[in-house]
Ligand binder design. Structure first.
Ligand code: HEM
Length: 430
């Protein structure tokens, strides 16, 4: 599309020629849309247009254009693009799939409750949980007789326990008890995350295929998580002690005792928000740890160097306030996120007005995708991007790691996350 003004033509961003109905969807492989979108970045550059079926989409691939939209033009780009399937999970009532004033109010209440529950200083909870898990893992290593041991279930259980304990004091033991419930829930989290991933629900993108959408799997997964959450909400409502809040849920309920705020969040809304905190929290953290274990195994020289740093500084236990004593550890964690971004395409945004980005015309109501995968693996921005090399962050501490989003909608816990993982690895090596 080209618009002519007095002086010069204004163009929409370049991109592949779309087919009728399917647009450019044939260029993506199911389950890994970020790989196809990365190839298109190499071809079309840092901003291009892509038709997800009939949904006109602008893909932003480098931090400068992502920030131009989400930070400098945040009044236009803060809304999320809500696809019909998202209502099955959010019921127009959660945080991630609401916009405008409703979103602003909910986000403020949730952030306050997170702060009061120690979300940004999670050392004690993480260390305690890690030590519990380590006992069981050590035992399993001993009895495995040097056979290969799958540590995935241990990591999943650890993250599940950390998040659910933090949210509503759930306690699942690390032995086999309760395994089935937990693993069914983890499957449900994965179903929800993958079904809402970009390009996975064709009925959302191609209206004539809507009747063929099969929302049953997503409905079942959502129902399972709701069934898990409800008893905790009911029990907390009955036993709430304003003088002794036990967890995030108690702090949230206390925030809502303020009459002006209680109007902003119904009981259903609280339950829906817990679905996204569970799905958003458990999967991202366990994937991060799994990848770190893989990177350290594949790069023995990195593991060796990290081990040296940890044993050289035993008198300074890792803590948020003394993280500077562990520069290489911090660099390893950052490089893990750069090398395999946990949420490669973020959540889709929408522009509520037509505007310009990087001198291109962006029509109103496009789906806007921030491609964090491209931003972190771009050969234009990174030296040897396909090499796992934590030293790049030591040699250049100001490197921009863009995995948590930018602007008002960026990941709510961005302040606490890097420290959290450091504690875990530090304990692993003692
Ligand atoms: C490695 C860890 C994580 C990464 C890389 C990550 C990344 C992201 C990204 C890129 C977004 C979208 C930002 C945008 O829309 O522009 C997001 C949103 C969100 N994340 Fe995460 N996240 C992580 C962990 C978590 C955890 C632990 C939780 C909850 C306990 C969580 C809950 C959320 C929620 C609720 C939103 C929606 C916020 C909103 O709409 O205002 N995430 N995250």
């Amino acid at each position: 599309m080209v618009k002519l003004t007095k002086n010069r033509p204004i163009c929409t961003p370049p991109g592949p020629i779309p087919f009728p109905v399917i647009g450019n969807l044939h260029l993506l492989s199911k389950g890994e849309p970020h790989i196809g979108l990365f190839q298109l970045y190499l071809q079309y550059g840092k901003i291009y247009q892509f038709w997800f079926g009939t949904v006109n989409t602008i893909v932003l691939n480098e931090p400068d254009v992502i920030k131009e939209a989400f930070v400098q033009q945040s009044a236009i780009f803060t809304d999320h693009y809500i696809h019909p399937t998202m209502h099955i999970v959010g019921d127009s009532n959660n945080l991630g799939f609401t916009n405008g004033h409703e979103w602003i109010n909910k986000r403020a209440i949730i952030t306050k409750a997170l702060q009061k529950s120690g979300f940004f200083h999670p050392e004690n909870l993480f260390t305690r949980e890690f030590m519990e898990m380590k006992k069981v893992l050590d035992q399993a290593i001993q009895t495995s007789n040097n056979n290969i041991l799958n540590i995935r279930p241990f990591i999943k259980k650890l993250t599940f326990n950390i998040i659910t304990k933090f949210l509503f004091s759930n306690a699942t033991s690390y032995d086999n008890e309760g395994d089935e419930i937990m693993f069914n829930l983890m499957d449900a989290f994965e179903t929800i995350a993958s079904q809402l991933g970009n390009g996975n629900n064709t009925g959302d993108l191609i209206p004539i295929l809507k009747p063929f959408n099969s929302p049953n799997e997503l409905q079942r997964a959502t129902h399972l998580v709701l069934t898990f959450v409800k008893p905790f909400v009911n029990e907390h409502l009955l036993s709430l002690d304003p003088e002794n809040p036990r967890d995030f849920l108690d702090n949230l309920l206390l925030e809502l005792q303020d009459e002006s705020k209680s109007m902003m969040m119904s009981l259903d809304s609280i339950e829906r928000i817990f679905i996204e905190l569970l799905v958003g929290g458990v999967d991202t953290i366990s994937t991060t740890i799994e990848f770190l274990v893989i990177h350290l195994s594949n790069n023995p020289e990195v593991q060796e160097k990290l081990h040296k740093e940890l044993i050289q500084t035993p008198e300074i236990p890792y803590h948020i306030d003394n993280k500077a004593a562990y520069p290489y550890l911090n660099a390893v964690i950052k490089e893990g996120w750069r090398y395999r971004p946990t949420v490669p395409l973020g959540l889709p945004h929408r522009n509520n007005k037509s505007t310009m980005i990087n001198s291109y015309y962006i029509p109103q109501n496009c789906q806007i995708i921030a491609n964090y995968y491209a931003a972190n693996l771009s050969p234009q921005l990174w030296n040897e991007p396909n090499k796992f090399d934590p030293m790049r962050f030591i040699n250049n501490p100001s490197l921009d790691l863009s995995v948590f989003g930018y602007g008002p909608r960026k990941f709510i816990g961005v302040l606490m996350i890097p420290e959290t993982f450091s504690i875990r690895i530090d304990q692993r090596n003692k």
